[in-house]
Design a protein around this ligand. Sequence first.
Ligand code: NDP
Ligand code: HSE
Length: 434
Amino acid sequence: MTRPPLKIALLGCGVVGTEVVRLLREQADDLTARVGVPLELAGIAVRRLDKRREGVPAELLTTDAMDLVTGDVDIVVEVIGGLEPARGLLLAAMKTGKSVVTANKALLAEDGATLFGAAREYGTDIYYEASVAGAIPLLRPLRESLVGDHVQRVMGIVNGTTNYILDQMDSSGAGFSEALGEAQALGYAEADPTADIEGFDAAAKAAILAQLAFHTRVTAAGVHREGIADVTAADIASAKAMNCVVKLLAICERVPSEGHRGGRGVSVRVHPVMIPRTHPLASVREAYNAVFVEAESAGSLMFYGAGAGGAPTASAVLGDIVAVARNRVNGTRGPAESTYADLPVLPMADTITRYHVALDVADRSGVLARVADAFAENDVSIQAVRQEGHGREAQLVIVTHRAPDGALSATIEGLRELEIVREVASVMRVEGDE
Ligand code: NDP
Ligand code: HSE
């Protein structure tokens, strides 16, 4: 007896949705063979019916998304984005027994608890591979392949737009505004690039990664976030002088108490970082993404590829569609949310970091000693000092050893109060081996 097709409701038909439609149609035979039953696109919810959409069957379009998700479908794929109506639609879908697939990092990071709670309550699947790092298989490895290991750290470039801008500033000496203009002209950055530039997009992805890696609920509000709008050409030049490059990194790590493997908490942060040019993340150019995972037994793993774009992101969505479809065919479910470890999410002040500090100072005797005192007063150890003279002024560049971020911030405040410090020209955290 042939089994009936599984019916799919697609919510959203923009950059990602259009490619999901194309792949579902072009690969229909292979998908049927892989799932065991045909996948049938039953309807596509959009905002505007009159918009031109190449390759999208007009008869499937509707503006009544709620009617579509609560109707006769098996799988709901959400690629609208944002909090509402996406949240209400996904909840209604799960309440009526549908499996759901979403690429919506903003919603997952803001209110994942409600979505995962609904999946548990109604016994449905929720898959979201495309929400972090586009095409790169990253969430399933964390959720399934590494579930028997003890992940210590996840660190990477998860926003293509900002990586493109920083890469341009590094390779061509462009200023921030000029590089942003190029990113917009090439279609990497949105007309309103705030979510990328200010780090909101990367922070949402960091929350999702940390939750999976540490079995602990992490929301966007728990992520320390700094964007790249204040990164100057002088910062880039300073990094070059140290044979470093500036990247916007998402860093999720355990902060263990002394000698205690279980950990005192987790630190989740997004901010610009100087990393050595020899570090594998330094060679990630243009709009590519790359993520390092360090696990106790597996060691270091690196995931690299296209983190955005219609077709790459649709590839991850299709992977999830096949996974939830197979689960339905087999009468099983994928892994549920896992937050049993419930580790505290620590404030940035408790995170252990290194700093690169550039100070414009008067070039006279005793200056270096007073600057060094400001570090010592906060128990921050200096690793290296470099001085460049500019007549009667000098620039001091100081790189610290690892210390609590709170102590480093207090040091900077202390330096700002010194009469011999004309200006704190640049402050940036440093990652990579000391
Ligand atoms: P787009 O803005 O290109 O598309 C959004 C789609 O949603 C449009 O088709 C729009 O309809 C539709 N839509 C908006 N509001 C409603 C509504 N109220 N009811 C029904 N449909 C609605 O977004 P993307 O395709 O770029 O992104 C979709 C999701 O994928 C987001 O969550 C995003 O974060 C995520 N993502 C995107 C990546 C990318 O590279 N673009 C990469 C990874 C994840 P209409 O066409 O009529 O305007
Ligand atoms: N705006 C995001 C980026 C899209 O630049 O990486 C992918 O989530």
